[in-house]
Design a protein around this ligand. Structure first.
Ligand SMILES: *Cc1c(COP(=O)(O)O)cnc(C)c1O
Length: 405
């Protein structure tokens, strides 16, 4: 039996894997020590669990455990990376490059730094949402101290050419940060191969708990230094003070172990389900557009515009399916997503886009249900749309003279 509603919003968050919950439980009650307590076994047990998790997380990205600093999530990791580098290296230069389709945690931190006297380049992307190497190279100046480019986009799933960007940054001696939240467990992530110096992670996108994340900080060639943004007891080698969230960290570690274990099979499974969904929609609906890169995209992401249909209306018409739309429904203005704007698809198509995010617990049955319900809803909404009718009659909507009443 299909359990409803069907969850297809795995880019927003994921359920905690039962194995992760099980691993966490003892650390709330019996092993409750403060990992910074050096004088008794309660502290030692907590610290030992933290160090195990640190290794599990480091292993997923090819890092040394000493290079992992725990944070409250990727928002904090991104803040720490950008603000920490800006403060530490401001005598070297004042220019920072960030991608235009980065998560708000990067964009808004960059905008804050702009008010502090830093010069920011919001790097444009191509029509698929990908960073172009020549455009990046041209943006680099003598003053550039940091490049921040995400590994994979959370809305349209586009994967950036990480190795090439890393190589360029290294050649120019510029620190390279990447928000890799969406890439973990979907594509191989390797901080050595990518030549990345700082990398943001979060547990709740990989079936771990919310409120725990990490920043990878390179310790060798080059050794990257950061100014802290949180001051206090000097935890995490002074880079992030605050008592460690031991149960969260244990869960994060277990979640990391599981994604690494599944990396050889899960992306392929997701890819097949995603292809089934896309093909199923295309077979029964015309006037759809795939947003993002056709090939270089996350295996679990499908972002489609259904022309002549409002994304918000479509979501309301499929209440049994949890997805998200390209309109920022949180804002009063109903602005289309800045990511879709950056790839230049136009307001109309941006407003008609839906993001399907698949994950570990997605089944074929759920995909077939989603196809059926989405096709039904799109057809119903289009039947009510005079614009769709006119377009079907061959009327070029751009030539229509609209009157005021
Ligand atoms: C979810 C997400 C974040 C924010 O992570 P939190 O741990 O929720 O702060 C940052 N970047 C990307 C790409 C994300 O998808």
């Amino acid at each position: 039996m299909l359990k409803k509603p069907v969850y297809l919003d795995y880019h927003a968050t994921t359920p905690v894997d039962p194995e992760v919950v099980e691993a966490m439980i003892p650390y709330f009650t019996s092993v409750f020590g403060n990992a910074a307590s050096r004088n008794h076994s309660f502290g030692w047990s907590a610290e030992s669990a933290v160090e195990t998790a640190r290794k599990q997380i480091a292993d997923v990205i090819g890092a040394n455990p000493k290079e992992i600093v725990f944070t409250s999530g990727a928002t904090e990791s991104n803040n720490l990376a950008l603000r920490g580098v800006a403060e530490m290296y401001k005598s070297k230069g004042n220019h920072i490059i960030v991608g235009r389709t980065e998560h708000k945690a990067v964009l808004d931190t960059a905008k804050f730094l702009e008010t502090q006297g830093f010069q920011i380049t919001f790097l444009p992307v191509d029509e698929f949402g990908m960073v172009e190497l020549s455009v990046l190279e041209n943006a680099i100046t003598e003053q550039t101290i940091l490049i921040s480019i995400m590994a994979a986009n959370n809305e349209i799933g586009t994967i950036n050419p990480m190795e090439e960007i890393g190589k360029l940054a290294k050649e120019k001696g510029i620190i390279f940060h990447s928000d890799a939240v969406q890439a973990i467990g979907k594509i191989p992530v390797d901080v050595q191969k990518w030549n990345v110096d700082l990398l943001s992670l979060t547990a709740h996108k990989i079936y771990g708990p919310k409120g725990i994340g990490a920043l990878y900080i390179r310790r060798k060639s080059p050794r990257v230094r950061l100014s802290p943004i949180m001051f206090g007891g000097g935890h995490e080698r002074g880079m992030r003070s605050g008592t460690l969230n031991v149960p969260g960290i244990v869960g994060f570690g277990k979640a990391a172990e599981l994604v690494l274990k599944n990396l050889s099979t899960e992306p392929e499974r997701l890819y097949k389900l995603r292809s089934r969904l896309h093909a199923g929609l295309l077979a029964k609906l015309d006037e759809t557009k795939l947003n993002g890169h056709p090939v270089k995209r996350l295996p679990n992401n499908l972002n489609v515009s259904f022309a002549y249909v409002e994304g918000e209306a479509l979501m309301m018409a499929i209440p049994d399916i949890a997805v998200s739309s390209g309109s920022a429904c949180t804002s009063a203005s109903l602005e289309p997503s800045y990511v879709l704007k950056a790839i230049g698809i136009g307001e109309e198509l941006a407003h008609s886009s839906i993001r399907f995010g698949l994950g570990r617990f997605t089944t074929e049955e759920e995909i077939d249900f989603t196809i059926e319900k989405t096709v039904e809803a799109v057809n119903r909404l289009r039947e009510m749309s005079p614009l769709y009718e006119m377009a079907k009659e061959g009327i070029d909507l751009k030539t229509v003279q609209w009157t005021a009443h």
